[in-house]
Structure formats: structure tokens, C-alpha cells
Design a protein. Structure first.
Length: 389
């Protein structure tokens, strides 16, 4: 993903955070998808633009208070041309031309900032359009094609910018995450981790994604996709690859023959059943000092209602929690009700949320006053309990 220093510009950043569709191209700042009213008193979309220069990481206007508009004659809600618009051809790029110059000077010295200038002209054009169509908006969502600082996203994370969390998010940059087991809880782990700027995410699962998986997984799988019975890891890699770069699918079950696939991970989420491979994986991760979280769920039917426990266990290189708090026994004769594929997406989602938030507390993103190595949640009494090594 390419880098653009211009998104660090204060005014441009505010426009993006507001949801404007902005691009800087061939020496022009261009704001697209601006609703306006035509001479027929209908709502259409045009663009605003004006020449800019770049000084370091700042966008500097190459004009005074003027701006150019691309579209047909901009009008008020009655279809009468607005007074500040003058027909004037203006070349923007090799294949884009504006047709009108707009001039509205609010004070002797013009506009106080680029942001104020753009939003003032947006209001002039869009307010009549909104009067005719309440759904018209000049802020459809930022569509900046370049992601700042080489972050691993395919589009800009405006949620982080709005909340002012960019500095805190740096704890994720070096994280290379592995998710072993992507059905149920693992799918929700992927959903939450993919929204963080981790370096990359590796998914491991040798199973197929079927109907019962769709009903306890995040999102809504298309019927045509289910008919192809895709591999789970490949399905989630493709789905979340629309948002996050660097997601790799390994369509295999991790066992003693391919443990080295985990060796480059900085953190691993184990969201798998208690198969014979689980203690082998745990031993391998501990030998290589790779921290991990193991999630578990036990659900049973009692008097016609479901009850049980959710568990999240954090194992660090100097921790013994894997020895005392992670069950590794697998008895096919004593499967609980969850193993029979009862559809309980909310519990999968909750277990994943507990796991990811514990990882984020360990990283220092969240404050951590308990430092527990294992926590359990009881469905029946709606109660959390913590254990510490």
C-alpha cells in the first residue's frame, strides 16, 4: 500500500474525518460526490476543486477565496442559478474539467483555513439539494485511496482518527497474529483483530465452511459461497482481505507435521477443539516463547435451557497457566452440547471479545488492573471470575 504524507495535513485530515470524498491529483484538491440542484430542480452530483501546492506535509492553496465546480449550472432549490457561480472552463486533470468558478468572500482576508473554505462552498451547493432530498449528503464516507504511514488497511481508518487513538494504536504495528481454528469463536477473533493495524494475520484451519458455520460466524455468507464449501481459513482471508492487507490462509489443521507454520508469529489465538494436537501445539509455542491465548467453551442443556462456561487463558513465556488452566483431554464419548453444533453465535462472539480485549490489555492498549492469566464467564449466574498464576 502506498503512502501519502498529505493525509497528515490538518485541514485535509478534518475533511477525511468528516467523510468527504477527497483526493489531491495533478496539483488540485478535488472533493467529489457533492450534491447540488440543477436547473430542472433535480438533485445531481458534482465536484469542487482548486489548485494547491504541497509544502512538506501541508496542503497550501494556490488561489484566493475562489473555487471551481464541475457539473451543470448549480442552482437553489427552485432551480434558479446561484449568484456566486460564473461559467468558466477550468482544466483540472487531463480528463477532468470544471465548468464554473464560484466566488464567495466571507471577510477581507478570505477564509481562515482550507477546511473552512471547502466546507463553506459545500454548504452553498448542498443545502438546496438537501432541501429537496433529505438523503443527499456531501459526506458519503472518506474515500482516500492511499493509507498513511504504510498501515495495513485498504482504506483509511477514520474511526481511529476521530477518537484520537493513533498514538495508542502503535502497539499493534509489530504484531504478527496467528489464529488456529477459524470456526465459531475464531471467526469473531479474526473480525476484531482485522480492525487493528497489526502487521499481518495468518489463519489456520483444514475444515470447510458450511451452513452450520455460517450461523455462528460473523457476517452473512452468500448462498452461492456456501454451495462451493470453501475452506474456512480461505473464506475468512478473502472476506477480511477487503479491509486488511497481509491476511494469509493456511488451509490445514496444525499438527506435529506442520508446527513450524507458527514460528514467525508474535501472538497466537487458539480457538480449536480439545483434539490430540492441542497439547502438541501448546508445547511448541511455549518452547519458542510465543505468547498465546486459548479460548474454551462448554455448553450443556439443563432442564430445557442452555448453561455453561466461557474461558479465556493467557499464556506468556514465563507463565504456567497452560499447565494448570487449559484442558487438553479429548473424549469423543463425552461431547457436550456445543460439540453438536448448537447455533450460539452470541457466545462465540462474547468469547472472542473477551480474548481480544485480554490480548489488548496485555499489549498495553487497555489498562490492566487484574493481570489475570485465566478468566471464566458463567452463563447461569452472569458472572466473571479471574485466576492468576
Amino acid at each position: 500500500m502506498s503512502t501519502s504524507p498529505l493525509v497528515r495535513d490538518t485541514d485535509l485530515g478534518r475533511l477525511l474525518d468528516d467523510g468527504y470524498d477527497v483526493v489531491v491529483q495533478e496539483g488540485h484538491l478535488i472533493v467529489r460526490q457533492i450534491p447540488y440542484v440543477t436547473t430542472e430542480a433535480t438533485v445531481a452530483q458534482g465536484f469542487l476543486t482548486y489548485p494547491v501546492t504541497v509544502a512538506g506535509d501541508r496542503v497550501v492553496s494556490g488561489t484566493d477565496h475562489r473555487i471551481w465546480f464541475g457539473g451543470s449550472t448549480p442552482c437553489d432549490e427552485r432551480g434558479q442559478p446561484i449568484k456566486c457561480a460564473t461559467a468558466e472552463d477550468h482544466a483540472v486533470t487531463a480528463d477532468m474539467r470544471a465548468a464554473f468558478m464560484l466566488s464567495s468572500k466571507p471577510r477581507p482576508n478570505g477564509y481562515a483555513s482550507e477546511y473552512e473554505k471547502v466546507t463553506a462552498y459545500v454548504r452553498i451547493l448542498s443545502h438546496p439539494a438537501v432541501a429537496l432530498d433529505e438523503s443527499a449528503t456531501p459526506t458519503p464516507g472518506a474515500a482516500w485511496q492511499e493509507v498513511e504511514d504504510d498501515l495495513p488497511f485498504r482504506y483509511r481508518d477514520t474511526a481511529t482518527a476521530r477518537a484520537g487513538l493513533a498514538a495508542l494504536n502503535k502497539v499493534f504495528y509489530s504484531q504478527k497474529i496467528g489464529v488456529v481454528g477459524t470456526g465459531g469463536t475464531g471467526g469473531y477473533v479474526i473480525d476484531l483483530v482485522a480492525k487493528m493495524p497489526v502487521a499481518d494475520i495468518a489463519l489456520y484451519d483444514g475444515d470447510t465452511f458450511d451452513n452450520h458455520n455460517a450461523f455462528r460466524a460473523p457476517g452473512a455468507a452468500e448462498l452461492e459461497v456456501l454451495r462451493t464449501r470453501p475452506n474456512k481459513a480461505e473464506y475468512f482471508a478473502q472476506t477480511y482481505g477487503h479491509m486488511h492487507t497481509g491476511i494469509t490462509a493456511h488451509p490445514v489443521f496444525i499438527d506435529e507435521n506442520n508446527l513450524t507454520l507458527l514460528d514467525d508469529r508474535t501472538f497466537v489465538f487458539l480457538s480449536m477443539d480439545n483434539t490430540p494436537a492441542k497439547p502438541i501445539i501448546i508445547k511448541h509455542l511455549r518452547a519458542r516463547m510465543i505468547p498465546f491465548i486459548d479460548v474454551g467453551m462448554g455448553v450443556e442443556e439443563i432442564d430445557g435451557k442452555l448453561s455453561g462456561l466461557l474461558r479465556v487463558t493467557l499464556n506468556l513465556p514465563d507463565s504456567a497457566s497452560a499447565d494448570t488452566q487449559i484442558p487438553t483431554r479429548h473424549d469423543d464419548a463425552e461431547e457436550d452440547d456445543y460439540s453438536r453444533n448448537i447455533q450460539i453465535a452470541d457466545l462465540n462472539c462474547l468469547n472472542a471479545a473477551f480474548a481480544v480485549s485480554r490480548w489488548k490489555r496485555w499489549l498495553g492498549f487497555y489498562a490492566d488492573g487484574s493481570e489475570e492469566t485465566s478468566m471464566t464467564y458463567s452463563i447461569y449466574v452472569n458472572e466473571l471470575s479471574n485466576e492468576v498464576d
